[in-house]
Design a protein around this ligand. Structure first.
Ligand code: UD1
Length: 341
């Protein structure tokens, strides 16, 4: 029988793509979401891709009683925990919102995991835990974590710490944190993708919305950084590759006889500048994008990309897609939701 994997935040951007890949791998995802940052129509969109409506429950991940009930009602074999807030700027303006949601959501799930150590647990972490790398820009998992630059960053930093402390107290748990670099792109079908609430903060959604006419121009934050073209460098990872990494992570944890707590970078291993991404978008989609250089955005890291050796050796995962695929898929998705040709 297919193993049921609870996907908290399963209607969100990365969650929904992971639901598709879980089905493809023979798992039975159970989406848990209260749609505060996603749209219920995602369930029907997923049905279009996977041929059936995925099982789903409406629940606030912080509601311990309801979470307990979900675990009593369903025979859950594994958990992938996405549900959390992720807007850096908003977290600076409203830190308590981030600490209360991101930390209590994690806490309520881990409370159940603690009682059920056979259930593997995968956590969405972020390369934000590295801060600005000093010296070498390629970071591996042994690179020391830095003091986070935002409350959002702290919730990921603290999330990893909570998991580590729990594992220290109870070594039979099977846990893995995935440190995502910069997820971009959409499903190649154009049926699911990122649905930013309000004005997007992240680069590629802002590019696609500008190309679709929602904004007059893209501002590139800074062109005087010490990089090849003066703009910041990131490791952009296609969301479908990232979704597959979650499947490999849960496969790995299911195969473990003993407890473990692993942390893995999920990126491509390649750095791409803001301007490289803009130009790739223009070239691959044959579009001229209106952009201008503006001042630096405060808190931005100059350059960071992943060392991805550990992901390959531990869970046999590496990225298959590149930024060309991502910019085409993201534009295809933007056109489909805006009904553009
Ligand atoms: C941000 C978060 C990171 C989080 C990630 C989620 C910060 C400091 N970090 O990463 O913690 O995990 O989102 O995806 O916010 N850019 C522009 N113009 C724009 C938008 C972005 O030039 O309109 C530039 C930024 O200055 C940056 C690059 O594009 O150099 C990527 O920005 P963004 O997509 O916001 O991601 P990060 O800042 O890397």
């Amino acid at each position: 029988m297919a193993k049921k994997v609870l996907v908290t935040g399963g209607a969100g951007y990365i969650g929904s793509h992971t639901v598709v890949e879980l089905i493809r791998a023979g798992y039975e995802p159970l989406i848990l979401d209260d749609y505060r940052n996603s749209d219920p129509s995602v369930i029907q969109r997923l049905k279009q891709i996977i041929g059936k409506e995925p099982e789903h429950v409406v629940c606030d991940v912080c509601d311990q009683n309801k979470i307990n009930e979900v675990f009593q009602t369903f025979d859950i074999s594994g958990v992938i925990h996405f549900a959390a807030y992720k807007a850096v700027g908003e977290s600076v303006e409203n830190p308590l919102k981030y600490y209360s949601n991101n930390i209590s959501g994690l806490n309520s799930i881990l409370t159940v995991i603690k009682r059920n150590p056979q259930i593997p647990f995968v956590f969405s972490s972020s390369c934000t835990v590295y801060g600005e790398p000093s010296g070498i820009k390629e970071v591996d998992e042994k690179t020391e974590r830095a003091i986070p630059t935002s409350p959002y960053g702290y919730t990921k930093w603290l999330g990893e710490q909570i998991i580590e402390d729990l594992f220290t107290s109870q070594g039979d748990l099977k846990m893995m944190s995935l440190r995502y670099f910069n997820p971009i792109g959409a499903h190649e079908s154009g049926i699911i993708g990122e649905l930013p609430v309000g004005k997007p903060n992240n680069l590629l959604p802002f590019i696609t919305q500008t190309a679709a006419g929602l904004h007059n121009e893209l501002t590139i934050f800074g062109n005087d950084y010490p990089t090849h073209d003066g703009t910041c460098i990131r490791d952009y990872i296609h969301v479908v590759d990232l979704a597959e990494a979650h499947v490999k992570a849960i496969d790995y944890l299911f195969a473990q006889q003993k407890g473990c707590n692993e942390i893995i970078n999920i990126g491509t291993g390649k750095g791409t500048s803001v301007l490289d991404l803009v130009k790739t978008f223009e070239r691959e989609n044959n579009i001229k994008l209106n952009y201008a250089f503006g001042p630096r955005r405060s808190g931005d890291v100059i350059e960071i990309y992943a060392n991805v050796d550990y992901a390959l050796s531990l869970i046999n995962w590496k990225a298959k897609k590149d930024i060309k695929d991502a910019v085409k898929d993201a534009w295809n998705w933007e056109k489909s939701i805006r009904h553009l040709k």
